[in-house]
Design a protein around this ligand. Structure first.
Ligand code: APR
Ligand code: PHB
Length: 400
């Protein structure tokens, strides 16, 4: 017999993953009086320090504020009423407030996660970091379980439902039998080299630029930290990118004829990410429900990943609340269809922004001129700008 210690517990909803989706779901369930246990593979520092997305739709801000976790976001988040698109050496503004009656808020995903972890601790409800060998069982037979090792103990959580919020590389999606779901996917032939620079942003709003040399994006994290991205190869080695080369390339791709360019400063962090669109259908199997990156990922050009993750868990928390309060299962039954409709609209928008603004490797001049014509048309048409604006600020969350 093994002498490993065992621990068994029971909860209503077992949540795998403490990213924005898992933490926000845990908090929304707490507010509805529903018990949960969150199980996360990495340690707390890792989860908080990963630098990722940074743009929140108004709907996401509203969810945070209404859930009582928006105080710091309202104080420190940077509200932007529009973005710039740059091409042929000129910057052109798209005014979200005028066109779509809404704005966006720049607030790092790691800040969102920090606020949600603090809120979780304040509830006293369980959150396990550094859970090893996480495994699911019984979700097709009405007896869901989550198993993992931590502190030299084998843990077993019996629950009514499992929420798979463990991101694209997690265990939940691959636990679904392959004949019960399918993937729709597109890989793009480029990636983004991202940097965090210790310097004040030189523009109050984001700048998306299509340049002969490739795409570049100017963003920010705070009044003293700039976030910048360059289109690169999906498997680009950072060794080929000393700081000076990064800055030269950023300035070449972003600088405009009016003299605007990003401020140069010390590089705090660099990373390369590939780009992919992915959707799993359906987003559930028995009593397992996927949410966020576990179910879908998008190229970052539309800034939709984090917002979609929050929209999923709002819908899931409502469905679970209807189950526990009124024994209604209809909202759980329609969860996947409702989320997928929004996810596909976000995929469409992100694919469109990505194709309009990136140069295909070895791309021909026809494509570049067509892309410039698309941007030129966009800036000349209020209808086209409105379409971009309403998608960027976020479509309303579907109700049922
Ligand atoms: N067991 C437990 N936790 C796991 C496992 C596992 N086997 N695998 C992964 N995780 C954890 C990860 O360590 C991570 O903390 O699940 C969490 C998933 O978080 P995210 O990847 O941030 O996904 P999500 O919460 O859906 O948020 C989506 O992330 O990639 C961005 O742009 C995307 O902003 C969007 C957001
Ligand atoms: C970011 O600030 O990290 C960011 C902003 C806009 C995007 C993607 C990323 O489209």
């Amino acid at each position: 017999m093994s002498d490993t210690a065992h621990s068994s517990m029971r909860t209503q909803v077992g949540i795998v993953g403490a990213g924005p989706a898992g933490l926000m779901l845990g908090h929304l369930l707490h507010l509805a009086g529903i018990d949960s246990v969150i199980v996360e593979k990495h340690n707390r520092e890792h989860v908080i320090e990963r630098v990722r997305a940074g743009v929140l739709e108004q709907g996401t801000v509203d969810v945070m504020v209404n859930a009582g976790v928006g105080d710091r976001l309202l104080r420190e988040g940077m509200r932007h009423g529009g973005i710039y698109l740059a091409f042929l050496g000129q910057r052109h503004r798209i005014d979200f407030e005028d066109l779509a009656g809404a704005s966006i808020t720049v607030y790092g995903q790691n800040e969102v996660v920090k606020d949600l972890i603090a809120a979780r601790y304040a509830t006293g409800r369980p959150l396990y970091f550094e859970a090893r060998d996480v495994r699911l069982s019984g979700f097709e037979d009405g007896q869901p379980g989550i198993h993992f090792r931590s502190d030299e103990k084998e843990h077993e959580i019996a629950c009514d439902f499992i929420a798979g919020c463990d991101g694209f590389h997690g265990v939940c999606r691959p636990s679904m039998p392959s004949e019960k779901w399918r993937a729709y996917e597109r890989e793009y032939p480029f990636g983004w080299l991202g940097i965090l620079a210790n310097v004040a942003p030189s523009s109050g709003e984001l700048v998306y630029s299509l340049h002969q040399r490739g795409f570049a994006l100017f963003s920010m994290r705070s009044p003293s930290v700039t976030r910048l991205y360059l289109q690169c190869a999906p498997d680009e080695s950072l060794d080929a990118w000393p700081d000076d080369r990064i800055w030269d390339e950023l300035l070449a791709r972003l600088g405009t004829a009016d003299g605007w360019r990003p401020n140069r400063g010390g590089i705090l962090q660099k990373n390369v990410t590939g780009m992919r669109s992915f959707v799993a259908e359906p987003m559930c199997c028995g009593r397992l429900f996927l949410a966020g990156d576990a179910a879908h990922i998008l190229p970052p050009t539309g800034a939709k990943g984090l917002n979609l993750a929050i929209a999923d868990v709002v819908i899931l928390s409502r469905a679970l609340a209807a189950f526990y309060q009124d024994r209604r299962e209809d909202l759980l039954d329609s969860y996947s269809v409702l989320c997928l409709r929004r996810a596909w609209r976000a995929q469409r928008f992100s694919w469109w922004m990505t194709s309009m603004l990136h140069r295909a490797p070895g791309g021909d001049e026809f494509d570049y001129r067509r892309q410039i014509a698309e941007l030129d048309y966009l800036m000349s048409s209020r209808a086209a700008m409105t379409s971009l604006a309403e998608n960027y600020v976020g479509l309303p969350t579907e109700q049922r």
